[in-house]
Design a protein around this ligand. Sequence first.
Ligand code: NAD
Length: 332
Amino acid sequence: MGLDTPKADTAVTIVPEAEIAGLITPQIAFDAVEATFAAMARKSAYNFPVIRESIGHADALYGFKSGFDRDSLALGLKSGGYWPGNEAKGLTNHQSTVILFDADTGRVKALVGGNLLTALRTAAASAVSIKHLARKQARVLGMIGAGHQSAFQMRAAVAQRDFDKVLGWNYHPEMLSRLEQTATELGLPFEAVSLDDLGAQADVIISITSSFDPILMDAQVRPGTHVACMGTDTKGKQEVEAALLTRATVFTDEIAQSVSIGEAQHAIANGTLSADQIVEIGAVINGDHAGRTSEEDITLFDGTGVGLQDLAVARVAVDLAQDSGVALKVDF
Ligand code: NAD
């Protein structure tokens, strides 16, 4: 290097997991995810193939989701996985870390705790679908699932419509207290109901479970409902009867994931739905698809979870951490 060569920035920014709660609000996550879905539909952002492996140690599943957004220049990956024995060690079973790279040089730029970000970006995805697809007059929110993600899902959803009641059903009824507590915090009445009652009353239904069998049946869903299927992110998982996907207009974050690891995999496999009938939610955001066309349409969002969502929220977390002085810098 000559004397005139500029000194390169060699710092890596670290945003610890514990700082994320003070940096990223549900609204910030919503804006980042909505912009990402729009960029994906414009083809200026794309996800790379997902890697997910059972590593043959500690019963762990481990993998990467990655991609590049040419508009925001977010480049990187989320390394994540599931270690079932972690709770006994005082750690959460799901472990995620986002690594961002400089799109101009390939240099590593940032290391960001990804656990809370995963919940926020997943909740933001269903909220984006509610904003663009649910009836404006939607008043009753139905929740299927009462695990860790469910509270985040409810909080993000209620910001999108003037809901006056939350209904809940869960395979493990003892977990329903999480939904009740979250609804109470949000100032909304909560009722634990049967799936028949949930389908008969809800205007918007969010499913967020780890089920491998259909829970919600086609006949239980009334015209005009918006259903956000958020739990199915792996081959074999299923939350709703495949027939619902042929009655509904199906939207997704990414069609390649929807047909292979998303809720649509089952209707695709039995030949009642084809990939070209599935619409990227970004096309609705960009105004290239009408979305819901009548008050009677059933709209279904197959939220499979893409790497670009993780990169989008992590990129914003880095900027906000730098602005507020909580980012750590290490020469690398
Ligand atoms: P969790 O373990 O905290 O809760 C699991 C939920 O699934 C509970 O409601 C539980 O009662 C229910 N459940 C478990 N076994 C069931 C069965 N056999 N039938 C019906 N319901 C059953 O999990 P979580 O963190 O809340 O995540 C829920 C799901 O969301 C998981 O499948 C996870 O992989 C998925 N997820 C998806 C995305 C995405 O982007 N789409 C992101 C994060 C998590």
